[in-house]
Write a protein that binds this ligand. Structure first.
Ligand code: AHR
Length: 505
């Protein structure tokens, strides 16, 4: 669908003029594709019905896996997907979910207060990953499991030897090892993962990671459970206790949710600015964790940081609602500006996993029976694909209006991020106009003297912040191709996301 580039609902008086200077020749750091990872937990209707429909006759599926979910997520080419939790991970015993389906255990999903039939287990998850073309990231049970159990999960997935456990994998239809690279050692072990002290968790981590790593062989990464901005000393105490065994920690994972107390659809403009202000909390907490990880990397082994749970968590998302919330253009803008923040940290930030793929929290996709819709956040993931694996390049924004934000420092209303691909043959620019009411007219100056040719321009939004897709109207918020774009007078409507892809002329 093409639309002529135009400023929507803005009078000339409500336009600010901004200059964006881009230096494609000044490469800062690489943007790891895993910055665009995701997360699927056994909560509410995320896995059950969102991904897995079992023997449901009316919803198209392949061996129980919902095909409209496969189609939507495959398009996003998600680089990595975390599973099975979250809090559920420290409540999950992987052996309950393998083998003939009729023999699977029926369990209580403790934190999300629902029954778990274990029909979607390791082999089903791996099949799903293959169908959507993503890398799995497993989170092992430390809170209520055993070292033996965690190590034998690694063995089931990764070992090529002939053992009783790998024979089970073969009997279950998978001859070759899966080669799962990313292994989380527990989740939120300061809370739902066992209410531990960081020193106690560190001791357990040493034990678990020793056996898991030895079983996994080379090339696998082990991820320690960090905390959130509300527990200031967890990471430091954990890392300190790990001294002498820091080689066992490849990444430290933190979680940051935003929007607490705000409503998903019935929010006020002030709530929107409060949410945007919370990006600076992520920024601060990332800086702090990265600083610590760097300091402890001095002991001889590099420790990276991952943000393996993030996104909006509105007041409507509670256990009783299965953590379901609606998703508006506000979420799209929050996601886009957050990715720009993650790009800035891309030298040390190795992965992020938004919570969660389907029907839970800041979902990519919502379902109702047979129906399925993509959210504005889905479109942001899709639009930003060209940034993945690119090099962040220098840019400066001059003359942008400053937004004042409740309980946060003010910031430019226009957020910009620019990357070039490895070969330097493509330049990709994303521009987010965070102002809910004012359009921006941007003059783009590409300073490297290369005759860049605009190959594609796309825009999402430019409409009321509350705009969202519904099962009745699934296409209210969708990207539009722009035609007739003048990069010296770029028209960036209020509350909009614009992406520009240039090729070397
Ligand atoms: O994503 C929902 C929950 O939030 C996760 O299970 C838990 O890790 C976090 O507290």
């Amino acid at each position: 669908m093409a639309r002529k580039s135009q400023i929507i609902e803005a009078t000339p008086a409500a336009i600010s003029r901004v200059t964006v200077r881009v230096h494609p020749e000044v490469r800062r750091h690489r943007l790891n594709r895993n910055l665009y990872g995701h997360f699927a937990e056994h909560i509410g209707r995320c896995v059950e019905r969102g991904i897995w429909v079992g023997d449901h006759k009316e919803i198209e599926n392949e061996g129980g896996i919902r095909l409209d979910t496969v189609e939507l997520l495959a398009r996003l080419e998600l680089p990595v997907l975390r599973w099975p939790g979250g809090c559920f991970a420290d409540n999950y015993h992987w052996q309950d979910g393998i083998g003939p389906r009729e023999g699977r255990k029926q369990r209580h999903n403790l934190w999300w207060n629902q029954s778990e039939d274990c029909q979607f287990g390791t082999d089903e998850f791996m099949r799903f990953c293959k169908l959507i073309g993503t890398e799995p990231y497993f989170c092992a049970n430390v809170g209520s499991g055993t070292v033996q159990e965690a190590a034998s999960w690694v063995e089931y997935c990764n070992s090529a030897q002939d053992t009783t456990i790998t024979r089970q994998r073969r009997e279950n239809g998978q001859e070759a090892p899966y080669g799962v690279k990313y292994w989380g050692v527990g989740n939120e072990n300061w809370g739902c993962g066992g209410s531990m002290r960081p020193e106690y968790y560190a001791d357990l981590y040493r034990q678990y990671a020793t056996y898991m790593r030895q079983t996994a062989g080379p090339g696998c990464s082990f991820i320690a459970s960090g905390s959130h901005a509300g527990i200031p000393d967890w990471e430091e105490r954990f890392l300190d206790t790990m001294k002498g065994a820091l080689h066992l920690v490849d990444y430290l994972a933190i979680h940051i949710y935003s929007a607490g107390g705000i409503s998903d659809i019935a929010f006020k403009t002030e709530d929107y600015y409060r949410l945007i202000g919370q990006i600076s909390i992520m920024d601060r907490y990332l800086k702090k964790t990265i600083g610590l990880a760097r300091a402890y990397s001095w002991y001889g082994h590099p420790i990276g940081v991952v943000l393996d749970e993030w996104g909006t968590w509105y007041k409507e998302a509670v256990v009783e609602s299965g953590m379901y919330q609606d998703s508006t253009m506000m979420d799209g803008l929050f996601a886009a500006a957050s990715f720009h923040c993650f790009h800035e940290h891309g030298e040390d930030l190795a992965m992020t996993n938004m919570a969660q793929t389907v029907n839970v929290l800041q979902a990519l996709k919502l379902t109702k029976g047979k129906q399925a819709i993509a959210t504005p956040t889905y479109h942001v993931y899709d639009l930003f694909k060209p940034h993945r694996d690119g090099w962040l390049v220098a840019s400066e924004t001059l003359g942008a209006k400053r937004l004042s934000l409740p309980d946060a420092p003010e910031r430019d209303s226009l957020s910009v991020s620019c990357s070039v691909n490895d070969e330097g043959s493509e330049l990709f620019i994303s521009l987010v106009n965070l102002d809910h009411a004012e359009a921006v007219q941007g003059a783009l100056l590409l300073r490297d003297g290369v005759p860049w040719k605009l190959a594609e321009a796309t825009q999402l939004g430019g409409m009321d912040l509350h705009s969202h897709n519904t099962f009745e109207e699934p296409q209210v918020v969708r990207p539009m191709k722009l035609i007739g774009v003048d990069i010296k007078a770029l028209e960036l409507p209020m509350a909009s996301i614009t992406t520009l892809r240039f090729e070397k002329g």
